[in-house]
Design a protein around this ligand. Structure first.
Ligand SMILES: Cc1ncc(COP(=O)(O)O)c(C=O)c1O
Length: 480
């Protein structure tokens, strides 16, 4: 048996490369990523290739290894090239992503050290780092010491965790669900619908509160609706407001909603996945006043803190609610020693084993300092206003409201003919060109193009390029 074991150890030696072998693969990977970053401004933001990455299938997973050169080539041709480059400043669609370099180094160290960040007992430092970031964000929102939260994979999972926490906090049982009312606007992100469904509460009543011309919730309508629902014997359970909607970047009147929620004992959740980090800026702090009145809030570092994909955050004002929903134990965890002053992420979130996400956030915050983030967010706010003002000057274009955050909308209104068809064609032409990547939405039946500035690599030259491309493609369509 010993011989067999030693034989298997030799057979699996590839899993533990030696220093020279590590250097060889690492140098190639570093060279590749350096090339990627150096060329990012010259490469397309969106690229429609012929086979859309299907070349990957030509190299199936097999018992035999391939070289690092071959692996990187497969990646470059089939993953890097086709579709969207979310690390590009030209990504101006949906809610753009980030990809901070310093985060990648955090992930590198996290993967090599493979720190377990779920429980304090085996990994006190990783948990303290996590809790320190949660505290920093809680301070930004204005939550008290009682707050807790978790670092999860993204905004959808963070919102889901908030919904189940809110369900349990209000002591709801299955028999109540059909009487529960959820108040949002039509602008709420669709992950809220998903979350309600996954939470088993699809029977709950969704009520869409009317919005003003800025797509922000009308609080008088909210109040009236709550009164009506109470009188009808329903249970006003949850208000979901947005500190920055996906479609147009609208901000609901957070403070007023907070007062209404508190007065009626309704769980108040804010989806700030896109917008909450703008509280780092002076104007954003003012616009987002009232976030502290919520019971829970989501904010996504992989959006407005420019991190690579894979980090959303849920904060809950009173930790006992998170603990109630998520604290379970098992015989095999009997050695775990709880400490009083540090919460273990596994006790306040659905995950037990998890990626050590704190490091990818701590590294850039520590190595760049928060001032750099504030400046980058302020730049994005101004770029959106700049784009909006420039678009408003171009004859034939209709623009949305002056952006409060960093999403702008516009559409061309031809003198005659189908405006929706024209704008669809315009967007297709922009995407075919690929130097910038925009997306569209439907606002009251109008096909509307959106430009969202949030990628940290989007700068003045990027927005000037977008303006140039829009003018160029509009002229081409008009001439055709
Ligand atoms: C306002 C808002 N909430 C939630 C989400 C969902 O976040 P994620 O894509 O990280 O799951 C998004 C995504 O764009 C969003 O803009």
């Amino acid at each position: 048996m010993r011989d067999k074991i030693l034989y298997l150890e030799r057979q699996s030696a590839a899993l533990e490369p030696n220093a020279a072998q590590r250097k060889e693969v690492r140098d190639q990977v570093v060279a590749y990523t350096e090339r990627f970053i150096e060329q990012i401004e010259d490469n397309k933001a969106f690229n429609i290739t012929e086979d859309q990455g299907a070349g990957l299938y030509s190299s199936p997973i097999s018992g035999e290894p391939i070289s690092i050169e071959e692996a990187l080539l497969l990646f470059e041709e089939n993953v890097e090239k086709p579709g969207l480059n979310p690390a590009s400043g030209g990504h101006l669609a949906y809610i753009p992503g980030g990809g901070l370099y310093h985060s990648s180094l955090g992930d590198y160290i996290a993967a090599i050290t493979n720190r377990y960040a779920g429980v304090f007992y085996p990994s006190p430092g990783a948990v303290r780092m996590t809790n320190m970031l949660i505290r920093w964000m809680s301070d930004l929102v204005g939550y008290p010491e009682s707050a807790a939260g978790n670092l999860c994979s993204g905004g959808s999972i963070a919102n889901l965790t908030a919904i189940v926490t809110a369900r349990d906090a209000k002591g709801l049982k299955g028999a109540d669900y059909h009487k529960c009312v959820i108040y949002t606007t039509t602008q709420a992100h669709h992950c809220i619908d998903k979350a309600i469904n996954i939470a088993g509460m699809a029977e709950a009543k969704r009520t869409f509160i009317a919005v003003n011309e800025d797509y922000a919730m009308l609080t008088n309508e909210l109040e009236e609706q709550i009164e009506k629902d109470k009188a009808a014997g329903l249970i006003p359970w949850l208000i979901v407001a947005a500190s920055g909607t996906t479609d147009v970047g609208a901000i609901d009147p957070l403070e007023e909603i907070g007062k209404i929620a508190n007065q009626h004992g309704i769980w108040y959740h804010i989806d700030g996945a896109y917008g909450a980090f703008f509280a780092l800026t002076k104007s954003g702090k003012e616009l987002l006043r009232g976030m502290n009145l919520s019971d829970s809030i989501v904010m996504d570092p992989h959006k407005s803190l420019f991190l690579p994909y894979g980090l959303g955050v849920l904060l809950v004002k009173d930790r006992k609610h998170l603990q109630y929903t998520h604290r379970f134990s098992a015989n095999y965890l009997q050695d775990v020693i709880d400490v009083e002053d540090e919460l273990s992420p596994a006790d306040i979130s659905p995950e037990l084993t998890k990626h050590f996400r704190a490091l990818r956030m701590w590294m850039p915050l520590k190595l760049c300092g928060t001032k750099a983030f504030t400046a980058c967010l302020e730049e994005k706010l101004l770029l959106a206003q700049y784009f909006h003002a420039k678009m408003a000057e171009i004859p034939g274009f209709e623009v949305g409201q002056i952006p409060k955050l960093s999403v702008t909308t516009f559409r061309y209104v031809p003198e005659s003919g189908d405006a929706n068809g024209f704008n669809k064609k315009l967007l297709e032409a922009i995407l075919k060109d690929g130097r910038v990547f925009l997306s569209s939405t439907n606002l009251e039946g109008k096909f509307t193009i959106r430009l969202a500035v949030l990628a940290f690599r989007s700068h003045l030259r990027t927005i000037d390029l977008a303006l140039e491309i829009i003018a160029e493609k509009t002229a081409e369509i008009l001439d055709s």
